[in-house]
Design a protein around this ligand. Structure first.
Ligand code: AHG
Ligand code: MN
Ligand code: MN
Length: 336
């Protein structure tokens, strides 16, 4: 009989890999796992219950909040506050970071940054969405209130990062800096099971993912790279395939498994790029590097080395198979 390894067993097996393991990160993952299961349940009945559509407010980025954005934010926030290992969170959906004030939380070692529902405009049309999370050790002393400095750390300081994809099946993919592992949720037993051990992105690929409708607004180097992807050349399997879902988690997940590149450049509409450094780019960059890929914001600018200045800072993102990112980088270097 096939042996099933659950996420819980896997985390306990690996606990010795963390230098000062004391079970706190295990507890943090338990809260993420619990909130993910609840989100799975709600998303799966999205067409039946009155939970699709706009919530009527805008978030700090000036974007329409969907009802499920608000729901997901509350779920993850509550789950993370309940165990005393997290002292605060920052969320794409909240203007200020959230301090967890209970005594047990003040002693918490970790902060979590989260995009509770990524790709939320896809929810009303039954297309995959996700949750992205990023974990740092606080820099302020334990026992005190969390500070902004705890959240404004470069991505290379991440202790763990991951995402949940609510797709044709629900999966949790994460890394604590020792490779990337994927777990598929079996809703009949309520358990995430190891299905994708040690995920590695193919060194090269044939998929490029970008919102091409914005072509006229892109920098010249990106335009030239898109044309390169579309040219015919048997030796390099071009033209490549264009795939774009519009949920970063889903586009990233596909490219991670099949090989590919995801691009969200600066444009005249989004002069700094659209994606958020702390909630989207950093966790994805951490995962891709752990899986053997690359993530850059500009030629020579590794996402993980960017010093964040503000919580909701935006950032261009080029992420995926290393050879494809190398190629894109050359185009941007040459043509700007
Ligand atoms: P969110 O739903 O968390 O605001 O994120 C949406 C992001 C990302 O998931 C996706 O890749 C990108 O926005 C799509 O943007 P465009 O519609 O501009 O292509
Ligand atoms: Mn998002
Ligand atoms: Mn979101």
């Amino acid at each position: 009989m096939e042996i099933i390894k659950t996420l819980g067993e896997f985390i306990i097996d690996r606990q010795h890999e963390y230098p000062d393991a004391s079970g706190e990160l295990t507890s943090l993952f338990s809260s993420i796992r619990l909130a993910a299961k609840i989100l799975h349940r709600e998303i799966n009945k999205a067409g039946l219950a009155d939970i699709t559509g706009a919530a009527g407010d805008e978030n700090v980025q000036g974007e329409q909040q969907q009802k499920l954005d608000v729901y997901a934010n509350e779920r993850f926030k509550n789950a993370l506050a309940q165990r005393g290992v997290v002292c605060g969170i920052a969320s794409e959906e909240e203007e200020q970071f959230v301090k967890f004030e209970e005594t047990k939380n003040l002693d918490g070692k970790y902060v979590v940054l989260i995009d509770p529902l990524d790709g939320s405009s896809n929810i009303d049309v039954n297309v995959s969405v996700g949750t992205i999370f990023s974990v740092y050790r606080r820099v302020s002393p334990q026992g005190s209130h969390v500070t902004e400095e705890d959240f404004l750390q470069p991505g290379n300081k991440q202790v763990a990062a991951g995402y949940v994809i609510y797709g044709s099946s629900t999966m949790l993919v994460y890394s604590t800096g020792n490779g990337v592992n994927g777990f598929t949720y079996d809703p009949t037993i309520g358990v995430f099971c190891l299905s994708h051990p040690n995920l590695q992105i193919p060194e090269d690929g044939t998929i490029y993912s970008i919102n091409e409708g914005n072509y006229v607004h892109f920098p010249e180097g990106v335009k030239k790279y898109i044309k390169y992807c579309q040219e015919e050349d048997d030796a390099t399997s071009r033209p490549y395939t264009s795939r774009y879902i519009g949920s970063l988690v889903s586009d990233f997940h596909r490219n991670l498994i099949k090989g590919g590149i995801y691009l969200y450049p600066t444009s005249s509409r989004y002069p700094q790029g659209k994606l958020r450094l702390l909630y989207e780019c950093n966790p994805m960059a951490f995962l891709i590097e752990q899986a053997g890929g690359r993530a850059i914001a500009d030629p020579g600018q590794r996402i993980l080395d960017i010093e964040p200045k503000k919580l909701h800072q935006r950032c261009p993102l080029f992420v995926g198979s290393p050879k494809m990112v190398d190629k894109l980088e050359k185009f941007v270097e040459e043509f700007g």
